[in-house]
Design a protein around this ligand. Sequence first.
Ligand SMILES: *Cc1c(COP(=O)(O)O)cnc(C)c1O
Length: 380
Amino acid sequence: MIYLDNNATTPLDPRVIEKIIPFIKEHFGNPSSLYPLGREVKTLVTEAREQVAAAIGARRTEIIFTSSGTEADNLAILGLAEAQPEKREFITSSIEHPAVLETARHLEAHGYTVYYLPVDQTGLIDLDFLRSVISPKTLLVSVMLANNEIGTIEPVEEVVKIAHRYGVPVHTDAVQAFGKMEVKVDSLGVDLLSLSAHKVYGLKGTGALYIRKGLDLRPVLHGGHQEFGLRPGTENTAGIIGFGEAVRILREEWLKDKNRIEKLAGRMKSGFEKKIKGIRFNGHPEKRIKSTLNFSFPGLPAEAILLALATREIYVSTGSACSEGSGEVSHVLLALGVSQEEASSALRFSLGRFNTEEDVDQTLAEMPEIIDELRREFAG
Ligand SMILES: *Cc1c(COP(=O)(O)O)cnc(C)c1O
């Protein structure tokens, strides 16, 4: 099997599995319990929190564990809305993950005014548009750090400079950027930042939200005092401890990993461009996560290519796991100005830690054949 869908989810790192097995088997204590069985688990949850905090240059007390990147995004936006009910305007981009876009729609349904920043044909947001709509009435600006479908890296530092002039806080969904580029809360200047474990070789069902010290947020779920009172519910201890281990590995190996994966992806990109005529690369030529390759294959439905690849055990996606199978084309590509036709022919190849030279060679060998075959089929 050749897995080229690492932006959808990553396989678990075996070291993460090793780390969590004892916690599934024996250390079942509740971290809120005061006797040793609970306290030892609490210690490990704290260590995981320290790892995540250190990785993004934050303090331990600024990290809240959640059930997912999606929940972190929701808590950032809705938690701030709860704290500042008088601010009724929200600004985000038109290419966010559904976790942010659908939360924006929810605010709209509750009477908020939401501005969706347009993007250029490479996926970069329009900062002039931001300047024209931001005001002291703005609750929050939420702009993702790296896009999950095309990999474009947004100018979040610039967004912060503009927003802070109005005293408006900034959230960034860094789920896809984390582990693939430098992500530091102070150099970005952001006030809120979302992460997810299963995009960095940890377990599904664990996320984290960074909340800058002093920013007032309210919980959106109600219950116990866990996570500094901001996210009630007994902690997903195995998920959190695994997240800590995944982040420990990242902190030690991400640069080496990044260089290797980017080299593989670069070879795949130039191989495609050389061997397959008439394809179109979607995204920014430079400001992008290099392990993400999004190509349109005009004239062919993406699903047909995806299924042909799957029969050869090569797994890719049409970009957004959430719109997969729904027949809808990517809102991200449409926002870039890609035609409906070209958007419906787009596939995302996303590489990760466990991809090899052979994976790339094999894919480069199979793809031209598949495309030729399908072109004959769809032409006749
Ligand atoms: C995967 C992803 C999410 C959602 O994270 P989950 O943990 O799967 O809920 C949010 N934003 C981006 C950019 C993502 O790629």
